[in-house]
Design a protein around this ligand. Structure first.
Ligand code: NAP
Length: 407
């Protein structure tokens, strides 16, 4: 057996994963410790069963969030960020946003400091999970949300402050803008570089997974130079970097009579508000969705609701140097320490991490065991309140039930 090593990424972006990789984890705040304990149990079991002990993850704890603050006086140290970068792959529970301590959000800080520019959120229906949809099995999408800019860049000024007044007078006097007095002001930067790398990663994903289309979601009819530009740059990068693999939706009908040529990925775009209704009415028309930050935040939670809610929604933040897999929900403080909540979001994020490492033998067993557990009616409170005659179990009992079903 190999000794313990770090995962490496070469200059072509290929991952080299040793048999005993060290993977840093952040337990998280609030419900974090409960869902992390559950996740670690089932990840270790899936790896052990899939590889019969020949592969094993060596976990390395990073003290971030409230735990970090108590131990070191820092919520997010440079050392922790460096460790994630050095080990290439990491996993984290949810973190509380400290009020008035210099961070807007620790999660946003991690994404921006490590340049994890793609927030990847797969939305797939797991059989037997309660859903408000008539045909939830038609939902199988992956959202690629831009993670570093848009209104989330944090460039904003409160109404009535000197800074806001300065910006307003500049816009009125120098740019001829019509603005209400004393408005709060936020800036929405969307750049060609960041759009193109996000859309390129979405198209690469579609190509690697044989998916039929990439939809550019935007509100370019109103915000022409930000959201409209996102769509234009998306089409451009599809042509520049994937010209032999992609066709636009227009070309599909104008040149190919609506019949998709073999091996081609369709690039299309949809106005954001319309896409919200189309993913409800005709979800099977969408597979990969690439979108700016704010739209991506909204659509991924809305899609999660269609397949069981936030407790079931996995996610990852992926950049060129490293990736951090995380539950998409927050710390749910009212349930902290109660061993109550659904750990599936973090467990499924762990399964995504195993996929990313090329350990699909383990991730597929894990997903199957989770589905079998829900099918057997063994669920945490959030699903129990939607399933008649379900057996409601604690977070740790749910993990144990999954673990016993990993074959
Ligand atoms: P939240 O923690 O996501 O919780 C909102 C509600 O979602 C919960 O009350 C619960 O609903 C449901 N929920 C969340 N996780 C669940 C799970 N694992 N199983 C079952 N139900 C679950 O949102 P919040 O209360 O707005 O945010 C709390 C803190 O988390 C804030 O400090 C925020 O900044 C932070 N946050 C962190 C992240 C992150 O780390 N990525 C993301 C979002 C928010 P019911 O009460 O209806 O059962």
């Amino acid at each position: 057996m190999n000794g313990i090593k770090k995962i490496k990424k070469d200059e072509n972006g290929t991952l080299h994963v040793p048999d005993r990789p060290v993977i840093p984890f952040i337990e998280g705040d609030g419900i974090g410790p409960d869902i992390w304990k559950a996740t670690r149990l089932v990840l270790d079991k899936a790896v052990q069963i899939a590889f019969r002990g020949e592969k094993e993850i060596e976990w390395l704890e990073l003290d971030v969030g409230e735990k970090g603050y108590q131990k070191t006086g820092e919520y997010l140290s440079d050392q922790a960020l460096q460790s994630i970068q050095d080990h290439v792959v990491a996993i984290k529970g949810p973190l509380t946003t400290p009020i008035g301590k210099g961070f807007r959000s620790l999660n946003v800080a991690i994404r921006r400091k490590l340049d994890l520019y793609a927030c990847v959120r797969p939305v797939r229906y797991i059989e037997s999970v309660p859903s408000p949809m008539k045909y939830p099995e038609k939902i199988n999408m992956v959202v690629f949300r831009e993670n570093t800019e848009d209104l989330y860049a944090g460039i904003e000024w409160q109404s009535g402050t000197r800074e806001a007044e300065q910006v307003i007078s500049f816009l009125k006097e120098k740019m001829n803008a019509d603005l209400p007095d004393h408005a709060g002001i936020g800036i929405k930067p969307i750049s060609e570089k960041n759009t193109k790398r996000l859309v390129a990663s979405a198209i690469s994903y579609a190509a690697d997974h044989n998916l039929p289309s990439v939809t550019l979601m935007h509100k370019g009819n109103i915000m022409k130079f930000t959201e409209g530009a996102f769509s234009n740059w998306g089409y451009e990068v599809a042509q520049e970097e994937f010209g032999d693999r992609t066709i636009t939706e227009n070309e599909l009908y104008e040149k190919h009579g609506g019949k998709v040529p073999a091996g081609k990925i369709i690039i299309k775009d949809r106005i954001a508000d319309m896409l919200f209704q189309q993913v409800l009415l005709r979800p099977d028309e969408f597979s990969v969705i690439a979108t700016p930050n704010l739209n991506g935040d909204y659509i991924s939670d809305a899609l999660a609701a269609q397949v069981g809610g936030l407790g079931m929604a996995p996610g990852a933040n992926i950049g060129d140097r490293c990736a951090c897999f995380e539950a998409t929900h927050g710390t749910a403080p009212k349930y902290a320490g109660q061993d109550k909540v659904n750990p599936s979001s973090l467990i499924l994020s762990g399964a995504m991490m195993l996929d990313y490492m090329g350990w699909e033998d383990a991730s597929e067993r894990l997903r199957k065991a989770l589905q079998d557990t829900v099918k057997a009616g063994i669920v945490t409170y959030d699903l129990a309140r939607q399933i008649k005659d379900a057996t409601e179990v604690k977070c740790s009992e749910f993990a144990k039930a999954i673990s016993e079903r990993i074959k």
